[in-house]
Design a protein. Structure first.
Length: 256
């Protein structure tokens, strides 16, 4: 199968601190990929390179054989939507205004949004289940609702890939489950590739088609959930003894 993202010998440093080192990574289209790893493993930095926010110091990150670092930012935004962790907003925009910001790549510098853009925004709000919040101020809704608004903002970019950094962190079980289900629907119904960094091993077991485990800026493992969610790899990634048990079709993960 052709790849939609391909990374070769990817490296990145903040000043003299090496964060990513020799990353080789291939991502297939129409899949849901989870990136696991301990804090400081390089997950957020890798995501920012994959959406063109950061340029690698070494190696290449390609989107459909085009080097991301050479692509125009507006062109990238039409293909790849990036949703950061728990985004905050300094000004009291309404939820719909925030979602409309995702249409920026399609609107000229001195143009205003068109009826088409407003319709796309409302359809995105409907898709994530918060159309009823469209006139509320973004800073007056809950963290879970704000995350759904951010997903809607990414959706109006009409992307082929949606990249999310810890999309369900700090959320209750209801909103965490809702967000993961919505991402799965976007993959299944719209063919959007989903790439998400997460600490949620249990969600990874049931929703992601493929898992990448990072350790100290390198790929420790990449493969299906069955291949990489095991005691040896998780113990190595998180540097604590971890037991993975499979009984009657169910999987249990817990510290030893």
């Amino acid at each position: 199968m052709a790849t939609i993202i391909n990374c070769t010998n990817l490296g990145f440093s903040y000043n003299e601190t090496r964060v990513l080192n020799g990353i080789d990574l291939s991502i297939s289209p129409g899949k849901m990929l989870g990136i696991l790893g301990a804090n400081g493993a390089g997950k957020s930095t890798l995501l920012k390179i994959l959406c063109g926010v950061l340029k690698p110091k070494t190696g290449k990150a390609l989107f459909k054989d085009k080097e991301l670092s050479s692509m125009d930012r507006r062109d990238i935004a039409k293909c790849i939507a990036y949703i950061p962790q728990d985004p905050m907003f300094a000004f009291p925009f309404t939820v719909k205004e925030v979602v409309l910001m995702g249409r920026a790549p399609y609107i000229g510098r001195f143009e205003f949004e068109r009826e088409k853009d407003r319709d796309i925004a409302e359809n995105a709000l409907q898709a994530v289940g918060i159309l009823h919040l469209k006139d509320r101020l973004i800073n007056e809704i809950s963290s879970g609702e704000r995350q759904l608004a951010s997903i809607a903002r990414g959706l109006v970019q009409e992307p082929e890939i949606m990249i999310l950094d810890e999309p369900a962190t700090y959320l209750d079980v209801k909103h965490r489950t809702k967000i993961i289900n919505i991402l799965n629907e976007l993959k299944e119904e719209r063919g959007i590739s989903i790439i998400a960094a997460t600490h949620d091993i249990f969600t990874s077991l049931f929703y992601f088609d493929e898992i990448v485990i990072l350790k100290e800026g390198k790929v420790l493992a990449q493969g299906t959930t069955e291949m990489v969610i095991n005691s040896e790899l998780l113990s190595s990634a998180y540097e604590i003894p971890v037991t993975v048990k499979k009984e009657n079709g169910r999987v249990f993960v817990f510290p030893k």
